[in-house]
Design a protein. Structure first.
Lengths: 348, 228
């Protein structure tokens, strides 16, 4: 008498795909609905771990969209401080699906938050991107100009992208009691803004809200902006640095990641334009014995990132060859200057 | 042997040709190390008795400099060195980046904040500033030779406007000028601008960024005035 668990592929059985395997050789964790070719224009966003994805996608020769490129010759160590090249636009970390939805709604003029700046000392900070200007802006007008320009770039990004990779990071956020605006960090953190319990509240989103925000965003982008846009979801394996939920940070992390993973799974099952890559499982699940975490048990090591991205390249991508985007365009005035220098010794 | 030795960027080449053209290599001689954008990244390492230039082309130019000046290197020129480094904003304001980006709100350009511009300039200038500081520590530097003013035929002038080009040019030079002023190092500027602040046409080289040999007498006069 046969039964449904007979003759399944090897990776359906724990004993053959996990117990009998060297953890570094565990494979076939996910099958993409569509493999990614380097011809695709790719945009990325999300929580901290998404930064690694962006960096590796570039290094592996993908057409990574960079809608707000860094000024020329700005040293790489300085670029990140201003949010250049970290993601496809300078939106900084987007931790929650509510924050993503808010970004899209702002970009398409469907929402205008009441609060436009927070202050530290005499400097002005964008409450929705506190990290992109480490020393803040000189005025509210500068923030307005920067925000308008940034949101145009976000529009252009969604119009141009073939694939949007979003890394879900958190369920916890801080919300304005006045207009429901979602802030990536609590007011007052690092001295930016001021926490006022009359104006702000803590929120820990559940499955339904996380799913609703993400689905509404995807449907809006598909229907109104770019029909060919596909989505690739990942869940950040990086645990919460802190929780305001009142629970232990470990159980709060488990809650958060479980909700996010469940939402990703639900959307992948129900929508053919959504895919999922299991970076969370590769780093966090117990067969890997925490080997990809740093000694603080939170940061993912470079070896861990390389392992995840190697698996991503193998299982999800079709690549012609490794390319690098480090080529530097030489401007005409630089050529004139080079010639002057060469010419001098030629004539000496 | 000249009284002063000049090294630095491509303007150093134009200036040295101008000194030669007016027969004043007794006053200033020398040779360039590399074009302005060389100095945007880490370009040198000081050794105990000399400097190592990291970029192979700069290193080879430095060897040529030693030949021209019949020296063992920059450290032979205690109290005689003039630098023309980091004082030309041409590569900064002339970059195509500014065709797409603006410091003021613009419907078709991306905005860049004053903080980001300031940080960008600092990152471009920090290595040049370090070079000046090491030359000062070693007792080599007597002065900096300013680049000629921008030319109004430069493409950036039509794209950004004259005011913006001059404003960006000043912003670019400011961090270095502040350091030089703080250290009491004179910046020798040549009076070759017209009433709008751009280089007078008679001093234009073939390209829209450098000066020609006719600047020689003005350079001589400026240096002699400074070190009288």
């Amino acid at each position: 008498m046969s039964h449904p668990y007979e003759n399944l592929p090897r990776n359906s059985y724990w004993s053959t795909s996990i117990s009998a395997q060297d953890p570094l050789k565990i494979s076939d964790l996910a099958k993409p609905k569509e493999r990614l070719s380097s011809a695709l224009k790719i945009a990325t966003a999300g929580s901290c771990f998404a930064q690694h994805i962006a960096r590796h996608m570039r290094a592996r020769g993908f057409d990574f969209l960079d809608m707000e490129p860094a000024p020329p010759h700005l040293a790489p160590e300085h670029r990140g401080k201003f949010g250049y090249g970290v993601y496809s636009a300078r939106y900084a970390n987007i931790y929650t699906t509510a924050q993503l939805r808010q970004l899209v709604e702002r970009a398409y003029h469907r929402r205008t938050p009441v609060e436009t700046y927070w202050k530290r000392g005499g400097r002005f900070f964008d409450p929705f991107r506190t990290l992109i200007e480490p020393n803040g802006f000189t005025s509210e007008e500068e923030i307005k100009a920067e925000t308008a320009s940034h949101l145009r770039s976000v529009q252009d990004m969604f119009k141009s992208a073939d694939l949007f990779i979003f890394t879900l990071g958190l369920t916890e956020a801080w919300r304005s009691k006045i207009d429901g605006a979602i802030f990536p960090v609590a007011p007052g953190v690092q001295g930016i803004g001021e926490f006022d319990p009359e104006k702000y509240e803590f929120v820990n989103f559940g499955f339904n809200q996380v799913r609703a925000d993400l689905l509404a965003t995807m449907i809006f982008l598909k229907r109104r902006v770019n029909r060919r846009l596909r989505f690739l979801l990942t869940v950040s394996p990086i645990p919460l640095a802190a929780t305001a939920s009142g629970h232990h940070v470990l159980t709060a992390t488990t809650y958060s990641k479980s909700v996010l993973r469940a939402v990703a799974g639900d959307l992948v099952q129900n929508y053919d334009f959504v895919d999922y890559f299991p970076s969370f499982e590769v780093v966090s699940s117990h067969p890997f014995k925490g080997a990809f975490f740093d000694s603080n048990g939170r940061d993912v090591t470079e070896a861990g990132v390389n392992h995840v991205m190697g698996m991503f390249a193998r299982d999800f991508c079709i690549l012609d060859q490794d390319k690098s985007d480090e080529s530097v365009e030489v401007s005409p005035q630089d050529l004139f200057c080079e010639e002057q220098v060469l010419d001098f010794y030629g004539s000496s | 042997m000249s009284r002063y030795v000049l090294t630095g960027d491509s303007h150093c080449s134009s200036y040295l040709k101008a000194f030669r053209a007016c027969g004043r290599t007794d006053l200033v001689d020398g040779g360039p190390i590399g074009a302005a954008n060389l100095y945007y990244k880490k370009f040198f390492e000081p050794t105990e008795t000399d400097f190592v230039f990291i970029d192979p082309r700069a290193s080879s130019n430095y060897e040529r400099f030693k030949k021209v000046t019949k020296s063992n290197g920059l450290c032979d020129f205690k109290g005689k060195l003039l630098l023309s480094v980091g004082l030309s904003g041409t590569s900064f304001w002339g970059d195509r980046f500014w065709h797409k980006v603006s410091r003021t709100p613009h419907p078709n350009k991306r905005f860049i904040s004053s903080g980001a511009v300031e940080h960008w300039i600092w990152s471009l200038q920090e290595n040049a500033i370090r070079f000046y500081e090491v030359c000062i520590e070693r007792g080599l530097l007597v002065g900096a030779l300013a680049a000629p003013p921008p030319q109004k035929r430069a493409k950036a002038v039509s794209v950004l406007g004259a005011h913006e080009v001059l404003s960006l040019d000043f912003l670019f030079r400011k961090p270095l000028l502040d350091v030089l002023q703080h250290n009491g190092i004179p910046v020798i500027a040549i009076d070759a601008a017209d009433e709008t602040g751009f280089l007078r046409e008679e001093f234009w080289a073939k390209d829209p960024h450098h000066s020609n040999h006719k600047l020689g007498p003005l350079l001589v006069e400026a240096i002699e005035r400074e070190f009288r």
